[in-house]
Design a protein around this ligand. Sequence first.
Ligand code: ZN
Length: 384
Amino acid sequence: MKWALVAFTLLLVASAIAEEVGNDLEIAKECNEATCILPNCRCSSTDIPGGLDPRDTPQLVLLTFDDGVNVVNVQKYRTLYGRKNKNGCPIGVTYFVNHEYTNYRLVNELYNMGFEIALHSISHQTPQTYWAEATYETMMREFADQKRQMAHFANIPINDIHGMRIPFLQMSGNSSFQMMNSAGLTYDSSWPTSRFTNPGLWPYTLDYASTQDCMIPPCPTASIPGPWVLPLITWFDLNGFPCSFVDACIFRPDINDEEAWFRFIMGNFERHYKGNRAPFGFYVHEWFITSTPAIRRAFTRFLDLLNNLHDVFMVNASEAIEFARNPVKIDEYKKKACRSRPFAPCPFKSCGPLTAEHTLMTYWMEVCTACPNVYPWLGNPLGN
Ligand code: ZN
């Protein structure tokens, strides 16, 4: 009886603590530029960090690809190997990878090419309301667990995993940002803006209230010091409608018209380059680039052009956050050493058939570690 009472009291204490994590948040106040200072705090603003002049500001370009990495799309990713910025450093590309159907041997390969591996959830499940309503605990299972899972199966250092993007860019209010603090994630790249495009919104923190438009609610309302928001500054299609992903633009050039595609891409790029030089995002899914020769050629021409501009740098998304935290003029930026990482080996194994406990489907996986016992999934990210 006594033990039952103790257990009951412990349960009460535990649930009180859980409530604090979940709900005891302070509503964010209007940002105060005098107290919110770099490198750890920045108001949501279109001002260039460090008060730089646009012509002194490196134009950072973020090429990102979403979803599983597999033997089909890696063919396209491999064509980016060896490409360099004008300063001689290898370009950056960021992959927001979800777990299902991902080949971890290939993730390891992308990592070793210097690209950034970021998180895109374990399940990537529908319906979209799942993400809108996701609690802190759900986001921990989808992202904090995925961080461990990615580091484990792709054999990459866990401290090199910094970023995340929620499936369907569906915001989940405060819970994803609270989770980021627990999981040691630096930036979120899920939040589109069509209001702050010219001048563009630079990355910022959530110590204070965001002024960003909330296109896919719920957006965070609490003061959550720590994580950075890397806003997805939308493109505009030919009729002026905003699109967060290039493949989501509705009124777009004829798929066989390379010249029109090149102009379309350039038009969107120049809004940044000739404006306040907020990082320019080329956010896309691989199939779209590969789908037609004209788009593929226009894309390649665009990258060739970027790589010949002395003030443009294709970088990993986390490097854009690093720049926002520690802004420097172009001349100094160019002098920085290129990124380098110790090689991460992959003594790979093909595993399967592995049964998924949630669907009873069977899967095959390639991993850089020992094979899991069952197909890894929510609640069992390492497949023990
Ligand atoms: Zn996705």
